[in-house]
Design a protein around this ligand. Structure first.
Ligand code: SAM
Length: 191
């Protein structure tokens, strides 16, 4: 059992080595309405294998909640930040050689896409809120639909990361936290 876990962990890390870094950029966050859902986008980014989460705008509540999770459950290498100008962040990312994948139900369905090339470069995944400016559709390298039906930015980011990580990201270990869960068939075990 121990060997099996180690092999999965090793496969994820070997795969991650050959991949660029993955960041999630949350645009259009409305501090009064979106605190919970934006926090969830950040938590899903961390748990599903991204290397960082960047919030457009200023909302210390979101950044604080995610930072608390990092202290408690680990993953201090995960970067959490905020930017005033998300378009400038996208432009800088592209100028540095990275690719940009904008998640939208109007894009090309992920099922028909080859994610191999995308994974070789640094990848910025852009997740929107209510209305996304046309600029993102025009400036993203990829407009990707997680199915062409409306649903949620939390689900879209989770499935995108899971496809990029081939599911292996779920076996990743998070270091540096105070607590660690030992999964149980029943009950809770936390070390
Ligand atoms: C409330 S939805 C708004 C739906 C939006 N009209 C759109 O273009 O996808 C907020 C965000 O969730 C993500 N999203 C929702 N459904 C999606 C889907 N089927 N595929 C990819 N992303 C989706 C997008 O990032 C979108 O900006």
């Amino acid at each position: 059992m121990h060997n099996k876990c180690f092999n999965i962990w090793l496969r994820f890390h070997i795969m991650a080595e050959s991949m660029g870094k993955i960041y999630v950029l949350r645009i259009g966050h409305r501090p009064k309405r979106d605190v919970r859902i934006t926090t969830h986008v950040g938590l899903v980014s961390r748990a599903f294998g991204a290397d960082g989460f960047i919030l457009e705008g200023d909302d210390p509540k979101v950044v604080e909640s995610i930072s608390k999770v990092l202290t408690k459950w680990g993953g201090r290498d995960f970067e959490v930040g905020a930017v005033e100008d998300a378009k400038a962040y996208v432009e800088k990312w592209k100028a540095g050689g990275g690719a940009v994948a904008h998640l939208t139900m109007y894009g090309l369905n992920i099922s028909g896409l080859d994610l191999g090339a995308m994974r070789k470069r640094d990848l910025l995944i852009v997740a929107g809120a209510e209305k996304v400016d046309r600029w993102y559709y025009d400036n993203a390298d990829y407009n990707i639909a997680i199915g062409n039906q409306p649903h949620s930015e939390v689900a879209a980011v989770a499935i995108m990361l899971d496809r990029l990580g081939n599911g292996l990201e779920l076996d990743r270990t998070f270091t540096g936290g105070r607590l660690r869960i030992i999964g149980q068939a029943r009950g809770k075990k936390v070390e």
